[in-house]
Write a protein that binds this ligand. Structure first.
Ligand code: ATP
Length: 115
């Protein structure tokens, strides 16, 4: 049962990695940020902040893709409510991204300035 649920979740993750361009870009940025964290030897607390905000962004993007897919399924034609749903869902990712840029800057800028 648990094994089956995990299998379906993994299938969803593979689908997102294959078909969702924005999710792929985010995974790439995440890998770069992890690399920077290793290079600069950031502290445990900085790792926790970085992983927390990265998790939030990746989850938000997965939900955004899910919502877009639902809208495409139930409202393939133009509809103002479909538009609002997609725009608000995209806004959630935008808000998270702004926070992640600020957190990333707060963590990495001091390391860059001390080079
Ligand atoms: N059925 C629809 N009715 C009204 N507006 C829509 C509809 N589908 C898309 N839109 C508008 O077009 C925008 C872009 O939609 P789209 O589905 O292409 O998502 P996207 O943000 O480009 O994401 P992705 O790049 O992952 O496909 C939406 O934010 C919305 O404003």
């Amino acid at each position: 049962m648990l094994h089956q649920s995990f299998k379906y979740a993994l299938k969803g993750l593979v689908a997102a990695l294959k078909e969702e361009r924005n999710f792929k870009i985010m995974i790439l940025v995440f890998a770069l940020v992890i690399g920077a964290g290793i290079v600069f030897k950031i502290t445990l607390r900085e790792w926790i902040s970085l992983l927390l905000i990265s998790g939030v962004i990746l989850v938000a993007e997965l939900f955004n893709s899910t919502i877009e897919t639902i809208v495409d399924l139930i409202s393939p034609e133009f509809h103002p409510l479909a538009q609002r749903i997609k725009d608000m869902s995209a806004a959630a990712v935008l808000v998270g991204s702004i926070f992640s840029v600020v957190i990333g800057a707060l963590i990495f800028l001091p390391y860059l300035f001390s080079l």
